[in-house]
Design a protein around this ligand. Structure first.
Ligand SMILES: NC(=O)c1ccc[n+]([C@@H]2O[C@H](COP(=O)([O-])OP(=O)(O)OC[C@H]3O[C@@H](n4cnc5c(N)ncnc54)[C@H](OP(=O)(O)O)[C@@H]3O)[C@@H](O)[C@H]2O)c1
Length: 267
């Protein structure tokens, strides 16, 4: 008898991952939901783990594969944001963003790859961000961490080209989740006045955009559709038209033109 395919969804305690995990269970996957907090979702086995902790990631994937005997699909949604001028962002906060978003992804890949490659049709979808295509003011560490995922995915795809595994970066635009409310942001009153007006405006703008963003369930369904494709593209952008074209504009416009265009939103 064919055994049930197994999926791991990281960041399953909130937002995108929380929407994805039960949808995959409904599709017939045995689903593990990973996050630091307990996951209590229908059809989902909770796997407690801090992705920035190498020992914890090793133990979690060992436990998963010992229990399930296979791993077919990883939807890596765990991630954190954070805001503030580079000059004022506490270094440990900026490092944490890199540790979770980039190194957490790297360590998860190290543990999952052997199992995904052994699967008949392994799929690894890593959640980046449109902010990974460009440097957004007051979001430097976040943009850098998500930008680094682009190169990680490019390298991985080439390294695993001869295997059954397909890797893709999924970059959503704004999603209405708890991510903005729960992330660290340098308090407005603590930033130097040379930044304050633009920082407050950018910060409030981000809050509003996230609040008006896509429903996590909509993005989750699109990710499932992507995972079911026969052949995956290196990247998928999920978002409204302006968010979809901004990475293209970033690539084709001369640097100073792009800076002028993006800068006009952050005046
Ligand atoms: N919301 C947006 O507008 C937006 C836009 C573009 C991209 N994204 C990206 O989409 C992904 C999902 O974001 P979301 O909006 O759904 O955010 P969210 O609601 O804040 O959920 C984030 C998830 O990541 C988990 N997580 C955070 N740090 C972790 C750690 N150290 N170890 C394990 N799990 C950790 C959280 O669980 P615990 O706290 O329980 O550990 C939570 O389940 C993130 O990668 C985010 O960067 C979001």
């Amino acid at each position: 008898m064919k055994s049930q395919p197994v999926a791991l969804v990281t960041g399953a305690s909130s937002g995108l991952g929380e929407a994805l995990a039960p949808l995959l269970a409904q599709k017939g996957y045995k689903v593990y939901g990973m996050s630091r907090r307990e996951v209590a979702l229908p059809g989902v086995t909770s796997l407690s783990c801090d992705v920035a902790d190498k020992v914890a990631v090793e133990a979690a994937i060992r436990e998963l594969t010992l229990q399930s005997g296979r791993l077919d699909l990883v939807m890596h949604c765990a991630g954190i944001g954070g805001g503030g001028p580079v000059e004022h962002m506490p270094l440990e906060r900026a490092r944490k963003i890199m540790d979770v978003n980039f190194w957490g992804t790297y360590m998860l890949c190290q543990e999952c790859l052997p199992h995904l490659i052994a699967a008949p049709k392994g799929r690894l979808l890593i959640v980046g961000s449109i902010g990974g295509f460009m440097g957004i003011p007051f979001r430097a560490a976040y943009c850098a961490s998500k930008g680094a995922l682009q190169n990680l995915v490019e390298s991985l795809r080439l390294e695993t080209a001869d295997t059954n595994l397909q890797v893709s970066l999924v970059t959503p635009g704004d999603m209405a989740t708890n991510s903005f409310a729960t992330q660290y942001r340098v308090p407005h009153e603590e930033v130097h006045e040379r930044y304050r007006r633009r920082y407050v405006s950018a910060d409030n703008g981000m809050r509003d955009h996230v609040g008006d963003g896509m429903a996590a369930g909509e993005v989750a369904q699109k990710m499932i559709d992507i995972a079911e494709k026969k052949s995956l593209n290196p990247q998928y952008i999920i978002g409204e038209f302006t968010q979809k074209i901004s990475p293209i504009a970033r690539r084709i416009l001369p640097g100073k033109w792009w800076e002028k265009l993006l800068g006009s939103y952050y005046k």
